[in-house]
Design a protein. Structure first.
Length: 133
């Protein structure tokens, strides 16, 4: 990963920035919803450049034992550079430091190798998790 890339926890993002990134990777639109998603999230992680938001990950959690990662998205022009892995690992490390022991993520089964490399275990066909003691 480029050392100039900075992962920011809870950056002051606008919902439309996340929604634009989602559209740019071909995900379903969620027009107008992300302002509220950002307000209600336990945490979110992002990477921005002068061109705008290039990576995002949302975290839902009780802050005690369980966290659910959603919307790990990297702009197509920035994929396969380690940015998504770095964002994912940062979130898991921060959650572990917070005392959260179980982290689950939504993913496309085509990304099994990516999540296995990040230390997750495939539990069910569409459910993956990492357990931290």
């Amino acid at each position: 990963m480029n050392p100039d890339i900075v992962i920011v926890k809870n950056a002051p993002l606008r919902g439309e920035e996340v929604e634009r990134l989602r559209r740019e990777v071909g995900w379903q639109p969620c027009s107008g919803l992300y302002e509220e998603v950002l307000r209600r999230s336990y945490a979110h992680y992002s990477v921005s450049t002068s061109q705008g938001l290039i990576a995002f990950l949302n975290v839902l959690s009780d802050g005690v034992s369980y966290a659910f990662l959603t919307d790990l998205v990297v702009h197509p022009s920035a994929q396969r550079r380690g940015i998504g892995m770095a964002v994912l690992q940062r979130a898991v490390a921060d959650l572990s430091a917070d005392g959260v022991r179980y982290v689950q993520a939504v993913h496309d089964p085509g990304l099994d190798a990516f999540y296995l490399k990040a230390g997750f275990s495939i539990i069910h066909a569409a459910s993956i998790a990492v357990w931290k003691e």
